[in-house]
Design a binder for this molecule. Sequence first.
Ligand code: CTP
Ligand code: MG
Length: 390
Amino acid sequence: MKVCAVILAAGSGRRMNVGRNKVLLKLEDQSALMRCLQTFASSGLFAEIVVACRPEDRAVIEQKVADHLPDAAIRFCDGGSERQYSVREALRLVPEDVEIISVHDAARCFVTVPVIERSVRMAEEFGSGVAAVPMTDTVKRVENGIVESTLSRDGLVRVQTPQSFRAELLRKAHAQAEEDGFLATDDAALVERLGCPVHVSEGAPDNIKLTVRQDLREGARILRGRSGGMRVGTGFDVHPFGEGRPLILGGVDFGCDRGLIGHSDADVLVHAVMDALLGAAGLPDIGVLFPDTNERYHGASSLLLLAEVGSCLRTRGFRIVNIDCTLILEEPRIRPHAEEMQQNVAAALGIAASAVSIKATTAERLGALGRREGAACQAVCLLAGGGSGA
Ligand code: CTP
Ligand code: MG
């Protein structure tokens, strides 16, 4: 589906009170807005990104985008006096053939690709996907400093952005709100008014909105947690060739009748990637996780196992920075299929395809691999986080 993002940067940051629009404040090396745009652009999910900004901020923002994201399809519009009006202005720039629109506050600059992807996928399937996290605090209604009642925490969530919707649903919700003079602080509220179900997708505790000054300190902590604690992992796998087996590498079926022998689909590339990821996370290897004594894994698609590894890392708070693989085999030629393999691996892990690199080399006819008796793969990966950033 054609998906477009709307990034809202047209506020003034009154509550932050730093004398300028808070989304232009630098956190470490980047402004909040540029951090958001980088994450959205690198996700590979969006055909186009529309940024709503104030006319007085526009020249600075356009220059930064030209310098740092020259290849991204990013357009700009003037925002409105309220957040909702900024969304409305941006919707005018979203092309008619876009099917899913993801609205995101630039002030939520610690958003990660998995959070964005879950919101978009939910909207593709159900029409809406609003990032949310469970309530952990007890919530009370207070009047004049006195507790009136305690709300049950059951069924309460804190909503975030991105909030993704089928385009026609979001446009209709905004048109209706405009007609009724209804104003809300998020887009889901406008869709709820139409009586349409709003689905929630898994957000992240770190996906905070920079609102008051204290959030800058929390933001610095989040970034420290991400840049520190990098972990590297390596994986290696080898499988022999055999007649009458399909050859599957990186989830791509090469259509040969001489493929790799193994308990699962013997996808040597995906196996090496899984071991690199598990190694980096300090977890047991795939032999322990997916033993070949378990019938469930007989003939299993390794991409499904890879997705399991991905979610295992996510729940431990790891973010995959990048993966680099080298296949070692005499034939067939890999390069024509490398992009598809790269996309398969990235999709299984919910990361950007640009974070996965796949290349191949021959063994120069040396040894068993050189005699075409088998194929091997080595993989290296880098993980960030561990305890945050999911
Ligand atoms: N926003 C916008 N247009 C507006 C108001 C807000 O695009 N007229 C954007 C902000 O830039 C921010 C997001 O909507 O990324 C969420 O709004 P909020 O946190 O309220 O930001 P501000 O309105 O800038 O802050 P404040 O309310 O404290 O002035
Ligand atoms: Mg505001």
